[in-house]
Design a protein around this ligand. Structure first.
Ligand code: FEO
Ligand code: CA
Ligand code: CA
Ligand code: CA
Length: 633
């Protein structure tokens, strides 16, 4: 997320400024470690034109097999662009489906480019900063559930000179335009559009009542004055990536939740044991990201409500088919800066959910349910009862999932859920280069995770003090470009505790660098990109990769253009550019219509000239189609 509220700082950068980490690794030690790694990298994961090829390495075809294979891509790859619009290949077209401020119901305010709308109206329109999204078919209707991740202060409160909230109404407006939306959409002669007044249309905001379930529900650390039960919270926050359960519910993932909390000067109430350590590990501070909620809404004032931050940072399950349903925070899936939640079934029917924690040097997680999923049987407890694991990657391209239990961590089940990061550190999880989306291949028992970048790799430890020297899946110091790691669970079982792994791609710039910064062999001048983030497989088994990185198009990023969406073939390692977004935007969130003839893609925080007919550039979901109305993916 390019968090405008922090005034040019990313969420990570802001956290670091407020929680500076010790400079643990002096330059000499970093270089020494990098050199000592060359044996491994040279032998298994060669860079450039080496013999063994990343992307077609141990889990894919050999380089010669890859070259001999025929491309499965049904499009001509496009070049980069640096302009303010979207580009798709010849034979494809795109159109805006929905933007911030579009009405969900008759009588909603018409969007006002001078003010960005009122607080009272902001939860009756499509929200801001679209991110993860999933497609649902119900009673013949096409439903979409879409996240609204964060707020752009200067765009969302344009009447305030610095964009800062000045009163409770400003805060309420920000709270209303974030969260989640469920919409019914329909394709007519003019293309896809929101079905206004559909009974399924629903906004879920920072104030919507939800339940807390699972091992942390009701724990004293989740109790507040307003909710002594510790089971009923309000709102879902910084909804980033998404997921979908086998039983057809939506999973929305709370990422940089810490930014919404702050402290007034009021005398602080006493904090329970572990709270301050948790604040430090999760970046909860007296100022937050300058959303300033705490100045006008005391629920967000940690001087008065120190446990409120513990009620955020979860995966939330929403039934998009029932607009009256109460969203449920599934605490068994752990509390961290959740990116997305990829749910798959093990052969025996247990539910496996893969999850990344997007912060420099944090971990990758897996939940395995105790119960099994059977179509038509009750599913309500499946995500409340199971085991949370963290990933440990070995340099020999094997890995294991380490269970987070009272025995392994010395923490009780509720504390493991609430302070999962601390539990992960206790068992020695592998520090990662910011795990973003995880996606499982529907045609093979394997999963992929975007590791977006990490300028601190080999430079300083994470907030828990864990070592972040280069390691197998995170092999480059001060990693600017990112990579995608994939793993194959042993016994073709996602519930298996061991796996093999390789890097599907290591992004880089072969026109500027040689060696590791040039990227893996499946990266070239024609498809290069940086900072992979959103990701999803289509039904044909191709993987769609979205980027959230530098669009400066200069220096290390020369020739990469705007953020974009590419398609990868998991078998051959081939990667081709399919779409470019407008300058300033991140491309994030993707799903398909039931007939796969329409692809829905999110354009988050576009730049100033995004062509939406007004002065405020508004985050949008677009629809991409083939001119011949053929299947996409
Ligand atoms: Fe909201 Fe890690 O992206
Ligand atoms: Ca983002
Ligand atoms: Ca993301
Ligand atoms: Ca990102």
């Amino acid at each position: 997320m390019a968090n405008d509220l922090t005034n040019e700082l990313t969420a990570d950068e802001w956290d670091e400024l407020n929680f500076p980490r010790a400079e643990e690794n002096e330059f000499d030690r970093v270089v020494e470690r990098a050199i000592s790694r060359r044996g491994f990298l040279g032998g298994v994961l060669a860079f450039g034109s080496g013999a063994a090829v990343m992307g077609t390495g141990v889990l894919g075809l050999s380089a010669s097999e890859a070259k001999a294979s025929v491309s499965r891509f049904a499009f001509q790859p496009i070049p980069t662009f640096t302009d303010a619009t979207v580009h798709v290949p010849e034979g494809y077209n795109w159109k805006i489906l929905a933007r911030w401020g579009d009405a969900l119901v008759d009588g909603a305010e018409k969007f006002d480019h001078e003010t960005g709308g009122s607080a009272a109206g902001a939860d009756k329109v499509f929200g801001e900063n679209t991110d993860g999204m999933e497609s649902f078919q119900y009673q013949g209707k096409q439903l979409l559930a879409i996240n609204h991740e964060y707020a752009n202060r200067r765009i969302n409160l344009p009447q305030n000179e610095d964009g800062a909230p000045k009163n409770a109404d400003d805060v309420l407006k920000l709270q209303h335009l974030q969260g989640v939306v469920v919409i019914e959409v329909e394709e007519g002669d003019g293309g896809w559009a929101i079905v206004k007044n559909s009974p399924f249309n629903r906004r879920i905001t920072h104030n919507t009542p939800m339940m807390l379930a699972g091992p942390a529900a009701g724990h004293p650390l989740l109790q507040t004055a307003a909710d002594p039960s510790g089971t009923q919270s309000l709102g879902t926050f910084n909804n980033c990536g998404s997921g979908k359960t086998p039983w057809g519910t939506y999973l929305t993932c709370e990422e940089n939740f810490n930014g919404y909390f702050g402290a007034t000067d009021a005398a602080p109430v006493e904090r329970m044991d572990g709270v301050d350590a948790g604040y430090k590990r999760y970046g909860v501070t007296d100022t937050g990201y300058n959303y300033d909620y705490h100045k006008f809404d005391e629920r967000f004032d940690i001087a008065k409500n120190p446990n409120e931050p513990h009620r955020a940072g979860w995966v939330v399950e929403i039934d998009p088919t029932d607009p009256n349903s109460t969203p449920v925070k599934r605490t068994a899936l752990g509390r961290f800066k959740h990116e997305n939640a990829e749910a798959v079934l093990a052969p025996d029917g247990r539910v496996v959910v893969y999850m990344g924690d997007d912060e420099r040097g944090e971990f990758m997680y897996r939940f395995v349910s105790n119960g099994v999923y059977a179509p038509g049987q009750p599913t309500d407890g499946l995500l409340d009862d199971g085991t949370l694991y963290v990933a440990k990657f070995n340099d020999d391209q094997t890995g294991e999932w380490l269970a987070l239990t009272p025995d392994t961590t010395g923490m009780d089940a509720a504390n493991i859920a609430i302070f999962s990061r601390i539990a992960g550190s206790a068992v020695g999880a592998t520090t990662m280069d910011r795990p973003e989306w995880i996606s499982a291949n529907p045609n093979a028992v394997e999963a992929y995770c975007c590791l977006t970048n990490n300028k601190n790799r080999g430079v300083k430890p994470n907030a828990g003090g864990d070592d972040t020297s280069v390691n197998g899946p995170n092999p480059r110091e001060t990693n600017k470009y990112g990579q995608i790691v994939r793993w194959r669970p042993h016994n073709e079982d996602h519930a298996s505790d061991t796996f093999d792994w390789d890097l599907y791609v290591m992004a880089g710039n072969p026109t500027v660098h040689e060696g590791p910064k040039a990227g893996s062999e499946n990266v070239n001048a024609g498809n290069m990109f940086n900072s992979p983030d959103g990701m999803g497989f289509d039904e044909s088994g191709l993987v769609w990769i979205q980027t959230d990185g530098s669009d400066s198009n200069e220096g290390d990023f020369a020739g990469m253009g705007n953020n974009q969406m590419l398609v990868g073939d998991p078998v051959t390692g081939e990667i081709a550019r399919f779409m470019t977004g407008p300058k300033g935007a991140e491309v994030t969130g993707l799903t398909w219509s039931a007939d796969r003839r329409s692809m829905f893609v999110g354009i988050q925080h576009p730049g100033g000239n995004w062509p939406d007919g007004g002065k405020l550039p508004r985050s949008s979901v677009i629809v991409i189609k083939r001119d011949d109305n053929g299947v996409i993916g």
